[in-house]
Design a binder for this molecule. Structure first.
Ligand SMILES: [Ca+2]
Length: 137
């Protein structure tokens, strides 16, 4: 937790979000669907409202201007822990939606951009893993 607080103070945009039980939150790059800004350094820390429930990421749109503009998603709450990285995206994605699930009830997302070649960015949902499944039971 100490590391997380230090990270927050050092970044330009930071968010801590609770994902509602059997619900979801939307996370987008700044200005989406207009281009994100240059030299951004954003962090989202997400936790399930229901402890022990995994989080599902559904990427609905994604494009960045170059390989230096990256979306990275990881488990737990520490973006500095490279061992926790689940997915890294830059450039374009072949098809949507991209769906994957966290390994725990917490997740971090970072989005960074450099000084040139901006693009639309991303639009994704972070869902409680039980969201959308209750009707199927
Ligand atoms: Ca760029």
């Amino acid at each position: 937790m100490h590391v997380t607080l230090l990270l927050f103070s050092a970044t330009l945009c930071q968010n801590q979000i609770t994902v509602p039980s059997s619900g979801f939150v939307t996370v987008t790059s700044q200005n989406y669907p207009s281009n994100y800004k240059s030299n951004t350094d954003c962090v989202w820390i997400l936790n399930a409202q229901t402890p022990g429930t995994r989080l599902r990421v559904v990427i609905k749109d994604f494009i960045t201007g170059d390989q230096l503009d990256q979306l990275v998603v990881g488990s737990q709450t520490n973006p500095l822990d490279t061992n926790s990285i689940l997915r890294t995206y830059w450039g374009t994605v072949p098809e949507f939606p991209v769906v994957f699930t966290s390994l725990s009830d917490t997740m971090w997302i970072t989005f960074k951009s450099d000084g040139t070649k901006q693009a639309r960015g991303f639009d994704l949902e972070v869902q409680d893993a039980t969201y959308g499944k209750s009707l199927a039971i």
